[in-house]
Design a binder for this molecule. Structure first.
Ligand code: SF4
Length: 229
């Protein structure tokens, strides 16, 4: 898909995706708790992340409280999230950095946020868009995969995909873009076995078109091979 076509068709594609994927919203809107929730959310079901974040909030309330927490206590409260042993340390360290380096206030730039261990561009962009209302496109594995299947991008890594999306997605769509695509990626455009037959945007999708072409080509190939024998 060239840039002009991608821009022209984006609103229709996005509307189709959105209609199939009401986004999940984590409980907290406070930037610090959005940050902590997002750090914990990687490779973890939303409902498990929700419970873990609520457990921490109920016990520690803010960055100062969490920064002074004992590792064993934090681990006990978040033990069901993926990689809990690592994330327990990371959320305590993140709280300490927010308290000591940023005076208890979550910074509002990718550069400042990515100083925190465990915070990459994706997490930083989630915090900027979801908690601070700043236009940002968070590209996780779902957004990366879907964008490359549809044809918005042709890249090997999420950072490149983010750069491609920034050229295509009008800025007024940036807020809310990630949660909608994440949900679409879980329900329809799944990593393995995407439900293309149910997908409302298949007519725009490069992956779908190419898979249809392969299916159509196969019988002809066989016929050709048979004819050559
Ligand atoms: S047609 Fe299939 S691959 Fe393309 S966006 Fe829809 S589910 Fe994903």
């Amino acid at each position: 898909m060239n840039l002009k076509t991608a821009r022209e068709t984006f609103p229709a594609i996005y509307a189709g995706i959105k209609s199939q994927s009401p986004p999940h919203h984590f409980e907290f809107k406070d930037p610090f708790w959005v940050l902590i929730t997002t750090i914990m959310s990687h490779r973890t079901k939303d409902e498990v992340t929700d419970v873990a974040a609520r457990n921490l909030y109920n016990r520690y309330a803010d960055a100062t409280g969490l920064s002074q927490a004992k590792y064993e206590d934090v681990y006990g409260l978040i033990s069901r999230v993926g990689f809990a042993t690592v994330k327990a340390r990371r959320v305590i360290d993140a709280a300490a950095i927010i308290r000591d380096r940023y005076g208890g206030k979550v910074p509002d730039t990718v550069e400042e946020l990515t100083v925190i261990p465990g915070v990459g561009r994706k997490t930083a962009n989630v915090v900027l868009a979801d908690a601070l209302g700043k236009p940002a496109i968070a590209v996780d594995t779902h957004v990366h995969r879907i964008s490359n299947r549809i044809g918005w991008s042709n890249s090997k890594n999420p950072d490149e995909t983010e750069q491609d999306l920034r050229k295509i997605v009008p800025v007024e769509y940036w807020l809310g873009f990630n949660p909608i695509l994440v949900e679409f990626g879980k329900k329809i455009c799944r990593p393995i076995g995407p439900k293309c037959s149910e997908c409302l945007v298949s007519s725009y999708c490069r992956y779908f078109r190419e898979s249809q072409e392969k299916q159509n080509v196969k019988p002809a190939d066989k016929t050709i091979k048979r004819a050559k024998k």
